[in-house]
Design a protein around this ligand. Structure first.
Ligand code: NOJ
Length: 430
């Protein structure tokens, strides 16, 4: 048996993508609630999967699937609807969810920032304004105070490179800014918010916390598997333009206390000390390799399957991301996201035959197993996603779930892949 008994087999989601109830129980709007026609098909966050009202049914489904963990995020807007004000009703929702999970034998894992910036904070400048650091800590402290008696696993932020690059530079993510000259300021504020939050959680948590963050961690599959090929792949993964932007610019300061070349002038020694507050694991969100982005000639993606968003499906990227990350940072790894978008629908017999996802699970999990067998400490795997949901600006068309959602009726149907994942969990946990 390669997977340890305590391996955390689970699934992941994020508040904005599933909760709905966008203006209930005192919640303020977030930048995504007002994204308007930036979201395809006129879709919006308002109802989503109605998880806010159906969380008990959803936890019952998780139990049926045999999940041992569930990674979800807290919506900052439910907890702090106005600057300086804590909303007890928001905390109560998550407290009830945590109770439901624990009584079903499922380990809760919380992401503190999965992109739902309160509109009031955005109006103060969002990630461009260093005041966001204290505002974030105010929110984090309220959450830790309310939930850390029962919750042990914490992720400060999700995919910093996405919500900073896409949101403030490329401008294709809320709040849709082309503030290219603010990029380094946003990045610094985000890294400091992370480091200070880690310290705060460690100080205030009522049960010993296990702390990390979740990185959009695309890396490079070696072109050849000899020493030179592997070394070159690691270099592409962390030091090429793509690799630095997506991996080392964030992770080197956090895990090594070292600024990447492009940030060297922006981060002082004092900053680096704060940012490198020790963490317990690195979460990696893995979807596709960065090979097609870096060196198209050597990597032929033409014959590889693609998901419904056109992303290359190549299970080897999971093994290599785990290995590249571990060899550079020497910290335990949690796969905080891995999955694929499909066009799944319910057949006349009531089943959802997403055979491509069944194969995806087999391929990616066997690649992860290879890393575990080689002795790399991988502590969990959270499939993205528990259920179909709002894929940000792509709307509801791309279906990432192992549970199908009928958005007209809110009926949940466990897909073939969900049942298959249940069997994998059973087999690997024996
Ligand atoms: C990463 C993000 O964390 C998640 O919110 C998103 O839905 C998935 N990737 C798929 O794009």
């Amino acid at each position: 048996m390669s997977f340890p008994k305590e391996f955390l087999w689970g699934a992941a989601s994020a508040a904005t993508q599933i909760e709905g109830a966008w203006n209930e129980d005192g919640k303020c709007p977030s930048i995504w609630d007002v994204a308007g026609n930036h979201i395809k098909n006129g879709d919006n966050t308002f109802v989503a999967c109605d998880h806010y009202h159906r969380y008990k049914e959803d936890v019952a489904l998780m139990k049926e699937l045999g999940l041992k963990s569930y990674r979800f995020s807290i919506n900052w807007c439910r907890i702090v609807p106005e600057q300086g004000k804590i909303n007890e009703k928001g905390l109560m929702f998550y407290s009830n969810l945590v109770d439901e999970l624990i009584s079903s034998g499922i380990e809760p894992m919380i992401t503190l920032y999965h992109w739902d910036l309160p509109l009031w904070m955005h109006k103060l400048g969002g990630w461009k304004n260093s005041a966001i650091i204290d505002e974030f800590l105010f929110y984090v402290e309220a959450v830790i105070d309310a939930l850390s008696d029962r919750v042990k696993y914490w992720m400060t932020i999700n995919e910093p490179q996405v919500f900073i690059m896409s949101a403030y530079v490329i401008g294709n993510f809320a709040p849709f800014k082309h503030a290219i000259f603010s990029y380094k300021k946003c990045l610094r504020n985000c890294l400091l918010a992370h480091g200070k939050a880690v310290k705060l959680i460690r100080q205030k948590a009522k049960t010993e916390p296990v702390i990390g963050l979740a990185m959009a961690s695309t890396t490079y599959i070696p072109d050849s598997f000899d020493e030179t090929g592997i070394k070159e792949a690691a270099q592409y993964s962390f030091e090429s333009t793509v690799g630095e932007g997506s991996n080392s610019v964030y992770m080197d300061p956090i895990a090594l206390g070292k600024a990447s070349p492009s940030m060297a002038k922006k981060l002082s020694a004092e900053d680096l000390k704060i940012i490198s507050e020790p963490i317990d694991f690195i979460g990696i969100n893995v979807y596709q390799p960065s090979n097609p982005l870096i060196n198209k000639k050597k990597y032929n993606a033409e014959n590889l399957p693609k998901n419904s968003l056109g992303w290359v499906i190549d299970g080897r990227c999971l093994y290599w991301t785990i290995r590249h990350y571990y060899e550079r940072y020497h910290l335990p790894i949690m796969v905080t996201e891995n999955g694929m978008a499909g066009n799944d629908s319910v057949s006349t017999d009531g089943t959802v035959d997403d055979m491509i996802r069944v194969k995806f699970l087999d391929d990616f999990i066997s690649e992860m197993e290879k890393a575990v067998d080689e002795g790399i400490p991988v502590i969990g795997y959270q499939h993205w996603s528990l259920m179909d949901n709002l894929e940000w600006c792509e709307g509801y068309d791309p279906r990432f779930g192992i549970i199908h959602i009928d958005y007209n009726t809110q009926k949940r149907t466990i897909k073939k892949s969900g049942w298959h994942y249940r069997d994998i969990i059973r087999e690997k946990s024996e």
